[in-house]
Ligand binder design. Sequence first.
Ligand SMILES: [Zn+2]
Length: 66
Amino acid sequence: MATTDDSFNGMTEHCEECELETLHEVSVQIRTESIKQENAQFSREPYRVSECQRCGNRSSQRMNNA
Ligand SMILES: [Zn+2]
């Protein structure tokens, strides 16, 4: 793998909107989700967010599909 200092995390992925392989900006977001009100507990779930650089379509996917 080539080393890069580029902070732009570009990935070529299939876009459902474009129906093409397009460049996507990929990032990881931690989202806090409340599970149930009664136990007042929050789970912090990492989501992988990719945004199509062609049409701007965003898709997010929970990373730990346990
Ligand atoms: Zn697209």
